[in-house]
Design a protein around this ligand. Structure first.
Ligand SMILES: O=C(O)c1ccccc1NCC(=O)[C@H](O)[C@H](O)COP(=O)(O)O
Length: 206
């Protein structure tokens, strides 16, 4: 059996969905503060994050928002990690680094695959060009991060295809949003549970 796969579920907005994710064994739960149908306000995020046990990362997701705005929301809601999903530069990462939160860099694969560590990130999340759109990117011929580097495969994953994607790409972890929804922005506890089980099953077999 290899290293356990890290599983992040993103864009949760209800207690029911957070409970399903925790119960199923998610490693990280993302709360979207960027412009999105999945966006949550600070009060909702704080209330939901309070239901997440210490061992599970709570992740605030941002896209090109001023660092001061991001820091204020992260502090107010008690997030343990931050995911930057826009064109944030090294200076932006450096501004948040002293806070001690896990830094996740959401990077779009458009041609060449972005390299791990270019922003000093703890985790690199490789995604399709439009985040949260449920679209996969083509892995064919891509130079993926080296084994042992902490990177998440994202983009169009779902319970029915995550195992095959893990076998092909051999990521350190996976991230999902659209594939655990019944309609845009509406998560399904059953799909959350099925996704986490399918992802974990894939790594166990490898
Ligand atoms: O989910 C969003 O709406 C979103 C909006 C703005 C920035 C980031 C966003 N999501 C980031 C994620 O981590 C998604 O889970 C990831 O892009 C995968 O999405 P999907 O292809 O829908 O599974």
């Amino acid at each position: 059996m290899g290293t356990p796969l890290f599983v992040k579920v993103c864009g949760l907005r209800t207690e029911r969905d957070v409970e399903a994710a925790v119960e199923a064994g998610a490693d990280a739960i993302g709360f979207v503060f960027a412009e999105s149908p999945r966006r949550v306000d600070a009060g909702t995020a704080r209330r939901l994050a309070a239901r997440v046990p210490d061992g599970v990362l709570t992740v605030g997701v941002f896209r090109d928002q001023p660092p001061a705005e991001a820091r204020a929301l992260l502090d107010e809601t008690g997030m343990r990690a931050v995911q930057l999903h826009g064109g944030e530069d090294l200076a932006y990462y450096d501004a948040l680094r002293p806070d001690g939160r896990t830094l996740i860099r959401g990077a779009a694969v458009k041609g060449e695959v972005p390299r791990y560590g270019e922003r000093g990130e703890d985790i690199l999340l490789l995604d399709a060009p439009v985040p949260g759109a449920g679209e996969a990117w083509d892995l064919t011929g891509k130079q993926l991060p080296a084994p042992g580097q902490r990177w998440l495969l994202a983009g169009g994953l779902a319970p029915h295809n995550v195992a095959a994607a893990v076998h092909t790409a051999r990521p350190w972890g996976v991230d999902v949003s659209s594939g655990i929804e019944t309609s845009r922005g509406v998560k399904s506890p059953e799909l959350i549970t099925a996704f986490i089980a399918a992802a974990r099953g894939a790594r166990t077999e490898s």
